[in-house]
Design a protein. Structure first.
Length: 334
């Protein structure tokens, strides 16, 4: 075989081509190796999830805070409304009582007892006794009459806001309340609370009054033991609410206060008209004291009205009392 010599130029060209092929092979291996290697995940890959969780926590806290703020505002508004109603009902102007007179009370709600001794209270003054219960809707209505009438003779304190568990009427509880007066003693007994649990206990004398007068002939159409019941110095008795308790239905304390300030409203006609009847019976027991209240023409006329007819009473430890038929409740329920 012949030995063919390459020229120097040809050898250099061959070497160059070999180096080029070697370089391309190595660079291909590097690229394929990089393609096979997956990038590692770092901590930054979870940042999106934690941002979402953080935002949701902030939103939940914000919603809870909003409900708390709204709840506090509603509580404050209710308390302000109660204070407004309490101040209104205990500071009725004298001319408002005069304008209303008997109002919507078309039938005398007071029974005049005859032949009974005057019942005196703890301080030796004529005693006004109220027997009711916190759950009772009729008592809820009657307390507005009591507060407005008795505030003409003295000052209440420790009167609390409640809503009757029956009919949900905004009203007041007289449990643990106090009353200061130069003319009368006031005794309030809320016998049952809003949960139908015993609250105030009647004394033996008060029990005797209820047992004696809470039936016929004093209130022939009533259920024995009905409430609310009032005894005014054992000279006058009443039973039940003096006006329609449904006039309080669906109203806030602020609504009630505004309507009591409007002598043309149905509520003012009932509450103030009833309060005038109660005032007249108290004035009769105090010998028309204070004169600024008792000597007004409307009260003097009502005194004559409630004294016209009387039912012969009978002394029972010096007192007696009863309840009404249509606007009354029975306190002892099973």
């Amino acid at each position: 075989m012949a030995n063919t010599k390459q020229s120097p130029a040809a050898r250099r060209e061959q070497e160059r081509r070999q180096r080029q092929r070697t370089t391309q092979g190595r660079s291909g291996q590097g690229r394929s190796g990089q393609g096979r290697s997956a990038p590692k995940k770092g901590p930054s890959s979870n940042k999106g999830w934690w941002w979402f969780v953080g935002i949701m926590i902030v939103v939940v806290i914000g919603v809870i805070g909003l409900f708390v703020v709204l709840g506090n505002q509603q509580t404050q508004q209710a308390q302000q409304g109660y204070g407004f109603a309490y101040k209104t009902v205990t500071t009725i102007p004298a001319d408002s009582f005069s304008r209303v007179n008997t109002g919507s009370i078309t039938t005398n709600p007071i029974v005049h007892l005859t032949g009974t001794p005057v019942l005196k209270g703890p301080d030796g003054k004529p005693e006004v006794l109220f027997v009711g219960a916190e759950y009772c809707p009729y008592c809820a209505a009657q307390r507005y009459v009591i507060l407005s009438a008795l505030s003409r003779f003295g000052t209440f304190s420790n009167v609390t806001e409640i809503t009757s568990s029956e009919s949900s009427l905004p009203t007041f509880s007289l449990h643990n309340s106090t009353f200061k007066s130069n003319y009368i003693d006031f005794v309030a007994k809320e016998t049952v609370d809003n949960s139908n649990q015993p609250l105030d206990t009647l004394s033996s004398q008060e029990t005797a009054i209820v047992q004696k007068y809470d039936n016929a002939p004093y209130f022939p159409n009533s259920n024995p033991g009905s409430i609310p019941f009032m005894s005014i110095a054992n000279q006058y008795i009443s039973s039940g609410a003096f006006y329609d308790n449904t006039l309080l239905s669906g109203k806030s304390y602020t609504d009630i206060a505004n309507q009591l300030s409007d002598t043309n409203s149905a509520l003012a006609q009932g509450v103030l008209g009833g309060a005038n009847y109660l005032t007249a019976s108290i004035c009769s027991a105090t010998n028309n004291q204070p004169s600024t209240v008792c000597n007004t023409s409307s009260i003097q006329t009502l005194e004559q009205t409630i004294q016209k007819t009387g039912v012969q009473g009978q002394a029972t430890n010096g007192s007696a009392l009863a309840m009404l038929s249509t606007n009354a409740d029975v306190p002892h329920r099973s």
